[in-house]
Design a protein around this ligand. Structure first.
Ligand SMILES: [Zn+2]
Length: 291
């Protein structure tokens, strides 16, 4: 599932490719992907002739601020990713017009395509069809309950150690579960939670109340370090995620814990273990990350 680094990579790519573009049409074979307005024909009518003025990210949401005071929100969920290029209909299937990375098999599940005035196309490839697309009045989106409840952005310059400490005050529970809670910190999922905890040498099941100030600080630094590196490398692509040009991200070779069960810890050589924490897999080194 795309997490903060993958969503940021998508936003960075889209800013280069479709900023200032004007929508002229939309195609889908899965009308349910658009949740707001629920009537796809209405959505199609409303988005027509709207120009993209800004593309940004909040948690795992991609937001296109449009002319006329509207915002288009895309949440890629499990397997969705936005691609930009040119496709042609071939026997009822959209095929990339040219040879290249858009032909990667993970990029073939096109269920929604936006057409721009300059001929470019932006497509949502989503094997499992869990992604969501919503058209909001910008003001309503910013004031919505779900948006206001999102926790601080870990890469924000204002997210100081003091602010970070505050988000854990009076909180109970296992640290991995807490850092994956979007109301506590935005954008961290299973991959980067495991990676940051490995970097900080903290056991994923350790209770937040038992973390020393030193451990809290290590985790704060590890979260920033891991996310920044992953953004720089264009995210991970060992699952479905691809960048807007269809190519893979390069974080995979930097992975120290996530999905490395049975492989040697890069620090001490002990085999990485997998356990379940709140129904989700957690990967850690039993020697470096003692409870
Ligand atoms: Zn180790």
């Amino acid at each position: 599932m795309p997490e903060l680094p993958e969503v940021q990579t998508t936003v960075n790519g889209l800013n280069k490719k479709v900023l200032n573009g004007t929508f002229i049409d939309v195609w889908t074979d899965w009308k349910k992907i658009v949740k707001k307005p629920a009537d796809f024909e209405k959505f199609k009518k409303e988005i027509k002739n709207k120009k993209i003025k800004k593309i940004w990210r909040r948690a795992k949401n991609i937001i296109f601020d449009l002319s006329g005071g509207y915002s288009l929100l895309v949440h890629q969920k499990m397997t969705g990713h936005l691609l930009v290029g040119y496709w042609v209909l071939d026997n009822g299937y959209w095929k990339p017009k040219q040879k290249g990375p858009l032909n990667d098999p993970y990029n073939r599940f096109l269920h929604l395509i936006f057409f721009f005035d300059n001929g470019k196309m932006m497509a949502l490839s989503d094997a499992r069809k869990f992604a969501k697309v919503e058209l909001w009045k910008t003001k309503e989106l910013l004031n919505s309950k779900e948006f206001k409840n999102i926790g601080p952005e870990p890469l924000d310059k204002n997210f100081t150690f003091e602010k970070y400490k505050k988000v854990f005050e009076n909180k109970k529970g296992k640290i991995k579960q807490l850092i994956m809670n979007p109301e506590i910190i935005a954008g961290i999922g299973n991959i980067y939670a495991s990676e940051a905890l490995w970097q900080a040498k903290i056991h994923p099941e350790k209770s937040v109340a038992k973390l020393s100030k030193k451990e809290l600080k290590s985790l704060y630094e590890a979260i920033k370090k891991v996310l920044l590196l992953a953004v720089k490398l264009g995210g991970e692509s060992f699952s479905d995620y691809r960048k807007p040009d269809g190519t893979k991200g390069n974080f995979d070779s930097e992975r120290k814990a996530y999905k490395r069960e049975g492989q040697k810890c890069h620090r001490c050589g002990t085999k990485i273990k997998r356990i379940k924490v709140a129904q989700r897999s957690a990967f850690f080194c039993p020697h470096c990350q003692k409870i």
